[in-house]
Ligand binder design. Structure first.
Ligand SMILES: Cc1ncc(COP(=O)(O)O)c(C=O)c1O
Length: 470
């Protein structure tokens, strides 16, 4: 065991490693090239009985672990959605780990609770979210959406489901494009996935409000209880933005909880020119977005805003003797605002990022990513061998390889699958796919914190080169 009063050598070794990693990240293959069990088989079957030196551990980190890491912070990482970090956030997370506070209630770290409260207000006020919403940090969007659906369930059943169990006629609605976390939350909540109704989308893959209302009316006629609608402000497959205003009007008319899943695209609300995405937000009940995707803040950090914090707290509150405090009711005890009791000091990294970047710095970086994406999409559009599937949006382009002579859809799907596979296997860049109306398409996301024009040019030339060789 290390002596906590004498760690200068170990700190120097680790901090040098961190510096080198950040400086040399472009020398690693973006996607790990290992095969299943490559890492596992190099790890001893039993733990050491004797203490090992930091040097020995770091050597194995470099030789065994790092080859099995996919480098999400590599500027050529364009897969899924990013989980970008910044130096500021890394430093803050190091301090958070050092402090090691467990911030379940105000008393167990007043600064954590109060910094969280203030950070939620900073973000809310800069994102165009009304002032009567209150915020809380959760671990992931999946957890926040589960919290929303559980609260909706309790509100709809007059807070009886927690006590008596869940009636089997509650209904939740989302589009066919919304994230799988909604299905998971509906299953876990006891509402049952047979009561999750997926509503048809339009040409731009946005939920069609008229279809939603038709379904709600039909359900009411059949003795179902419409409980919650989840809209996507930036769906996972194609970053589609559901029309919030008409959906909010429907929810108000039928008294249904409205939850907005902006896990990815929510960060763009920091740019006033994108706040149209949540027109109608006054009519929503809850909203989630992930600073741990595109806001330069280490995973995990999800922001959840709720209009009626009282309903949220009533859903989750339990008060064992050992958690009773004298400050209860005077302060925010965030253990009551979500599922876990224990909580990390996550607001610290938001504070570091926002103060060190400044809001202008954050907005400039986001706009830079959006401009790089427009450039990328323009090049794809100009190319005779590629086809834009949807107009580029934010920092996302959906396209496919489509050489003029091939019109057979299944052949095109095969070619695009092969293209992605070959690109990712090269280790030079990492991109991922989705399906749009049965077409296998490529999703390009330009959201790594330090990505620059040269990385986008590299991606373009690499994609062209690999496609040519198919
Ligand atoms: C729209 C959307 N919602 C929810 C999620 C789930 O996010 P998390 O990993 O934070 O649970 C994702 C993940 O990509 C997403 O794109």
């Amino acid at each position: 065991m290390l002596d906590r009063k004498n760690i200068s050598k170990e700190l120097a070794i680790v901090s040098e490693w961190v510096q080198k990693y950040l400086q040399n990240i472009e020398s690693y293959p973006v996607k790990s090239q290992v095969k299943p069990k490559d890492i596992y088989s190099q790890l001893p079957v039993a733990p050491p009985d004797e203490s090992e030196s930091i040097e020995a551990i770091m050597k194995d980190l470099e030789e065994i672990i790092i080859p099995g890491v996919t480098h999400w912070q590599h500027p050529n990482f364009h897969a899924y959605f990013p989980a970008n970090v910044s130096v500021e956030s890394v430093l803050a997370d190091f301090i958070t780990s050092t402090i090691g506070a467990q911030c379940m209630i105000w008393e167990t770290s007043p600064a954590a609770a109060e910094l969280e409260e203030r950070m939620m207000e900073w973000l809310r006020d800069n994102m165009g979210i009304p002032k009567h919403f209150e915020g809380v940090i959760q671990d992931t969007a999946s957890t926040a959406t589960l919290a929303a659906i559980l609260t909706a369930r309790e509100v709809k059943t007059d807070f009886k489901s927690n006590i008596e169990g869940v009636p089997n006629n509650l209904r939740v609605y989302c589009s066919t494009e919304t994230h799988s976390s909604i299905e998971k939350a509906v299953a876990i909540s006891g509402i049952g996935t047979k009561n999750l109704v997926k509503i048809e989308v339009d040409e731009q893959l946005r939920l069609i409000p008229e279809k939603l209302e038709q379904q709600i009316r039909a359900d009411l006629d059949n003795d179902f209880l419409p409980c919650c609608v989840v809209t996507a402000t930036g769906s996972t497959g194609t970053v589609a933005v559901d029309p919030l205003q008409p959906i909010a009007e429907i929810c108000e008319k039928y008294d249904i909880w409205l939850h907005v899943d902006a896990a990815y695209a929510g960060t763009a609300l920091l740019l006033p020119e994108y706040q149209w995405m949540i027109e109608g937000i006054e009519g929503a009940d809850s909203f989630v977005f992930n600073p741990h995707k595109w806001m330069f803040t280490n995973f995990d950090c999800t922001v959840y805003f709720v209009k009626d914090a009282g309903a949220l707290i009533k859903t989750f509150e339990v008060l064992p003797e050992y958690l009773k405090t004298q400050t209860r009711g005077l302060v925010n005890d965030y253990r009551d605002w979500g599922i876990p009791l224990g909580r990390r000091f996550r607001s610290l990294k938001l504070w570091f990022v926002i103060r060190s970047f400044g809001m202008d710095g954050i907005r400039n970086r986001l706009r830079h990513h959006i401009q790089l994406n427009q450039y990328f999409a323009e090049k794809i559009k100009e190319s005779a061998s590629f086809e834009l599937i949807l107009p580029p949006f934010l920092n996302y382009t959906c396209f496919r390889f489509h050489p003029g002579k091939i019109e057979d859809e299944s052949k095109l799907n095969e070619l695009n699958e092969q293209l992605i596979h070959n690109l990712n296997r090269s280790g030079d860049l990492y991109i991922s796919h989705t399906k749009v109306k049965e077409k296998y398409v490529i999703r390009m996301v330009i959201g790594q914190t330090y990505v620059e024009q040269r990385h986008v040019d590299f991606a373009l030339s690499k994609i062209e080169e690999v496609a040519k060789n198919l």
